[in-house]
Write a protein that binds this ligand. Structure first.
Ligand SMILES: NC(=O)c1ccc[n+]([C@@H]2O[C@H](COP(=O)([O-])OP(=O)(O)OC[C@H]3O[C@@H](n4cnc5c(N)ncnc54)[C@H](OP(=O)(O)O)[C@@H]3O)[C@@H](O)[C@H]2O)c1
Length: 287
């Protein structure tokens, strides 16, 4: 059962292999989504300060009926926070907003503020300051693991060159038709777990005929094939849905994609755009 499996982070903490993404689930709806997911067996929830649903996620965690220590909650330090003082207060604000004594993991949402995403300024100093605040919160027991998101190789190197505590994850865009193999290999070689966000390409893979055909061959849905693909690369998938049927479907991935079909999926033509979501910086848009 995939929902019971875990990866071990470099500090020895276990993290459930499949997490529920909550981007674009309204704060008013997300507590129910968390409760439904936990009832189905999910133990890992991914939110962010930027999603503006941390309070609803916290409510779901507090009311779901499963012991807090059996759940793994990740939130993200806002991409715009690039100074030590701002990071210290933003970390405490997340705990307060969620109504939790600790979070399992907090990660820097992006090396650059969204308005500069993908630009030349890598904010090296600001990221080291934000990292220092995360390290201190980690050492104070407010956070059980700390990490990165959207960090390219040079951004990871910047943290590794200055850190006391090494990052435990890097959460990046990774799915069939857009898998950054070099960055994945580099990151994994540093003993940093790679989390795959938008594993279904924000829904766009449902429209890819080659993927639809292969899913049919395995008798699974496109989301199941997409989730299984990233798992077989050693990544941690974070599919988003508030629909309990989809939650169940996405967790039912105990099948194996053959080596030959993995090669086929690795070489599928790169996605051209992300439809309406193309305006988002993570999908190539500019704010
Ligand atoms: N760190 C970052 O910068 C970053 C950026 C993007 C995303 N993320 C994280 O990754 C998570 C997932 O990414 P995402 O939200 O972009 O998209 P995604 O998980 O790749 O795709 C979500 C889409 O797939 C649909 N879907 C999910 N399961 C399905 C199923 N079994 N059958 C049919 N349709 C299904 C959803 O529809 P329904 O909602 O109708 O089920 C939704 O339209 C986010 O929620 C967030 O936690 C992080």
């Amino acid at each position: 059962m995939m929902l019971k499996e875990t990866y071990k982070l470099s500090n020895g903490i276990e993290i459930p292999k499949l997490g529920l993404g909550t981007w674009m689930i309204d704060n008013d709806d997300v507590a129910k989504a968390v409760v439904d997911a936990v009832e189905i067996g999910y133990r890992h929830i991914d939110t962010a300060q930027a999603y503006q649903n941390e309070s609803g996620v916290g409510e779901g965690i507090r009311t779901c009926g499963v012991d807090r220590e059996d759940l793994f909650i990740t939130t993200k330090l806002a991409a715009e926070v690039k100074s030590y003082d701002e990071a210290v207060s933003a970390i405490d604000q997340s705990l307060e907003t969620m109504g939790l004594d600790y979070v399992d993991m907090m990660i820097i949402h992006s090396p650059q503020p969204w308005k500069d995403f993908g630009g030349e300024d890598r904010y090296f100093e600001g990221n080291r300051e934000a990292w220092k605040a995360l390290e201190e919160a980690y050492q104070a027991g407010k956070i059980r693991a700390i990490g990165l998101s959207n960090f390219q190789k040079e951004d990871v190197e910047n943290i590794l060159s200055a850190c006391i505590v090494k990052p435990m994850v890097n959460q990046i865009l990774a799915h069939i038709s857009n898998t950054p193999f070099e960055l994945i290999q580099y990151t994994q070689e540093q003993d940093i777990l790679v989390e795959a966000y938008s594993p279904i390409a924000h829904g766009e893979l449902l429209k890819n005929e080659k993927v639809v055909d292969l899913a049919e061959k395995y008798g699974v849905s496109v989301p199941q094939l997409s989730i299984r693909y990233v798992l077989q690369l050693g990544l941690l998938p974070l599919p988003k849905t508030a629909n309990p049927e989809h939650m169940k479907n996405n967790a039912d991935v105990d099948f194996t994609i053959s080596d030959e079909d993995m090669d086929f999926l690795k070489n599928i033509e790169t996605i051209k755009d992300y439809g309406e979501a193309s305006v988002m910086p993570v999908f190539g848009g500019k704010l």
